[in-house]
Write a protein that binds this ligand. Structure first.
Ligand code: GDP
Ligand code: MG
Length: 370
């Protein structure tokens, strides 16, 4: 339900804020002009003042990407999006770096990388895999709380010399809560103290049953240091992805998710966006969270300018009106007017939410009297 401040409602009705406060008082509500009232109360007030009600709701103004489903025949295979989780110092960053090193395209280009929050590799076999370079359970959970489920597969990193630790268990729980399949990478297998079998056994206690223990979770012994097992890890990722039949429609206006965003001194607001469906093109007009913008330029994870980006591709987007939040959805719209309409509506909603103190609805008031 939409909320509105008393003053805002007064403005819309061309009435005095104080008169509305008075009317609310007569209705039994002690509210100041800056407080928020709910939609039902607002409607009562509007009627009280003899105006016509024109209920404008989110569905009239806002974009609902969930209801905008792509027809099955428009779907084409897309690369899996992978997040690496695990206990601190078990080798998440090392593994991300090692996997990045297997990229055949980067090998050709000479290996200059800019940090971007996500990168995509092309395997020897020509398949693509996108890795989210935001290890840290907070990022994963925060994104999920904001409704952004961008991860298809989780790699759970467990150091073979250290075993199951508190953040390993946390990662298992997050992954299960998200309903995302996991692949266990038993890392640091180059070390003498490494005991991969013990890791497999201890995982049983947390209901992660790997194939070697007659379960269905894939596991791989790796070493981010020596590169051992990386090819096998990639193979298993691709196998898992194939099984999931990940698809998206590339031939439509883009919908993407902000992985991270910042204000760059030279470039202005910059966001790393993962395209979920459609193709994002230079010049596209979009809304992202409460901000709007037009794609001025796009860079891939190798710092190369690109004109367009399809599903599962992470890109750095320039041309935003402000800095969005991680987890915000970017949606391409048909016109600047539409972009402004949606972003200002969302800003209004956000402001109303912030200023809402005690949302005194008639319903709650009556139930309190009973
Ligand atoms: P994170 O905290 O999970 O990101 O872990 P890091 O990637 O920062 O690694 C923590 C430490 O473990 C660093 O000193 C790495 O060099 C080391 N490390 C990571 N992977 C391996 C590995 O496969 N073998 C060995 N011997 N050391 C590793
Ligand atoms: Mg790290």
């Amino acid at each position: 339900p939409e909320a509105i401040t008393v003053q805002e409602l007064a403005n819309r009705m061309a009435e005095k804020g104080a008169d509305l406060v008075k009317a609310l008082f007569n209705m039994g509500m002690m509210v100041t002009v800056n407080q928020t009232i709910d939609q039902d109360t607002a409607e009562l007030l509007v009627e009280e003042f003899g105006h016509n009600i024109e209920r404008v709701s989110s569905s009239d103004v806002d974009i609902n990407v969930d209801s905008d489903v792509d027809a099955p025949e428009t779907l084409k295979p897309r690369a899996p999006v992978v997040t690496i989780m695990g206990h601190v110092d078990h080798g998440k960053t090392s593994l991300l770096d090692a996997l990045r090193g297997t990229d055949v395209v980067r090998g050709e280009a000479g290996g200059i990388t800019q940090h971007m929050g996500a990168y995509q590799i092309k395997t020897k076999g020509g398949d693509k895999i996108t890795f989210l370079d935001t290890p840290g359970h907070a990022a994963f959970t925060q994104m999920r709380m904001r409704g952004a489920n961008v991860t298809d597969i989780v790699i759970l990193v467990v150091a073979a010399d250290d075993g199951i630790m508190p953040q390993t268990i946390e990662a298992i729980n997050h992954t299960k809560a998200a309903g995302v399949p996991m692949i266990v990478a038993i890392n640091k297998c180059d070390k003498e103290e490494a005991n991969a079998q013990k890791v497999r056994e201890r995982l049983l206690e947390h209901e992660v049953i790997v194939e070697a223990m007659s379960g269905d979770v894939q596991d791989v012994e790796v070493s981010a240091k020596t590169g051992k097992g990386l090819d096998e890890l990639i193979e298993k990722l691709l196998l898992q992805a194939e099984f999931m039949e990940l698809k998206a429609n590339p031939d439509r206006n883009a919908v993407g998710t902000v992985i991270e965003a910042k204000l760059d001194k030279g470039k202005g607001p910059v966001a790393t966006v993962l395209v979920n469906r459609g193709t994002l093109k230079r010049g596209d007009i979009f809304v992202v969270g409460t901000e709007s913008g037009r794609v001025r330029a796009m860079n891939d994870d190798k710092g190369k300018q690109v004109k367009e980006a399809g599903p599962s591709m992470p890109i750095e987007v320039l041309g935003l009106g402000g800095v969005p939040m991680a987890g915000d959805v970017l949606t391409v719209v048909e016109s600047e007017q539409r972009a402004r309409e949606v972003s200002s509506w969302r800003q209004e909603q956000a402001t109303a939410k912030r200023t809402a103190t005690a949302p005194a609805s008639l319903d709650t008031m009556f139930s309190a009297l009973k």
